[in-house]
Design a protein around this ligand. Structure first.
Ligand code: ADP
Length: 191
C-alpha cells in the first residue's frame, strides 16, 4: 500500500517536473530577454552634438535608447515636431538600438508606455543640475520604478545649447560646428 502510494507519488512527480523545468526555463528566458531601456527626453530644437554624444554614450549602458521628442508648453518650437523627429531618425538610421518618438503627455507616461526602466539626461552646468534634480525627484515620487541617470557632458560640448543654435540659425549663421557631422540642418528648416 505504502509502495503503491510511492509509485503513485513518483508518477505524479514526473508529471509535475516538466512544469517546474518549464517555469525555471521561462523565468531564465525572461531574465535574459529583459532589455535595459532608457528614454532620453528633450525638446531637441534642434538636436546638437551634445545630444548626440549623450545618446551614443547611453548605448554603452543600455540595450535600447528611445529619444523622446517632447512638446514644451512654455516654448514655441523653431523646428516642427515632425522635423525634429526626422532629423534624429535620419541621423541614427543605421543604429537599430535607437528609436525616436514624439510625445505630448508626461515623460513618466512615455517611459511607462515604452517599458523604460531608465530616464537619461545630460548635465552641463550647476544650473542644469538644480533644474534636473527637481524634475528627477518629482518623477521619482510619481514613478519610482524609473531611475534617472545623469551623464556629465564632455567639456567640449558644455557650451553647446539648442537656444543659441536656433538664434544663430535665425540670422543665417553657420552652426555646423555645434551639430552632428552627418546632420544637414538645411533639410529640416521651417519654410
Ligand atoms: P529640455 O527642453 O528638456 O531641456 P533639451 O533638448 O534642451 O531639452 O535637452 C535635452 C537633454 O539634453 C537635457 O538633459 C539637457 O541637459 C541635455 N543637453 C542639452 N545640451 C547638451 C549638451 N551640449 N551636452 C550634453 N547634454 C546636453
Amino acid at each position: 500500500m505504502v509502495r503503491q502510494d510511492k509509485d503513485t507519488q513518483s508518477k505524479a512527480d514526473a508529471r509535475v517536473r516538466p512544469n517546474i523545468f518549464y517555469c525555471t526555463f521561462a523565468a531564465q528566458t525572461q531574465f535574459v530577454l529583459m532589455e535595459r531601456i532608457a528614454v532620453f527626453p528633450g525638446s531637441f530644437d534642434p538636436f546638437t552634438l551634445g545630444h548626440e554624444s549623450i545618446v551614443l554614450r547611453g548605448l554603452k549602458l543600455f540595450d535600447r535608447v528611445i529619444v523622446g521628442v517632447g512638446s514644451n508648453d512654455n516654448k514655441q518650437p523653431f523646428f516642427s515636431p515632425e522635423a525634429r523627429v526626422a532629423m534624429i531618425r535620419d541621423l541614427f538610421q543605421d543604429e537599430p538600438r535607437i528609436d525616436v518618438q514624439y510625445y505630448t503627455d508626461l515623460t513618466i507616461d512615455f517611459c511607462r508606455r515604452n517599458k523604460a526602466q531608465y530616464m537619461l539626461r545630460g548635465l552641463r552646468t550647476t544650473s542644469d543640475f538644480e533644474y534636473e534634480r527637481v524634475v528627477a525627484q518629482v518623477n521619482q515620487a510619481m514613478l519610482p520604478e524609473v531611475e534617472s541617470v545623469f551623464m556629465l557632458t564632455f567639456p567640449e560640448h558644455t557650451a553647446i545649447n539648442s537656444t543659441v543654435v536656433r538664434e544663430v540659425l535665425r540670422y543665417g549663421g553657420d552652426v555646423s560646428k555645434f551639430l552632428p557631422a552627418r546632420l544637414n540642418i538645411q533639410r529640416y528648416m521651417p519654410r
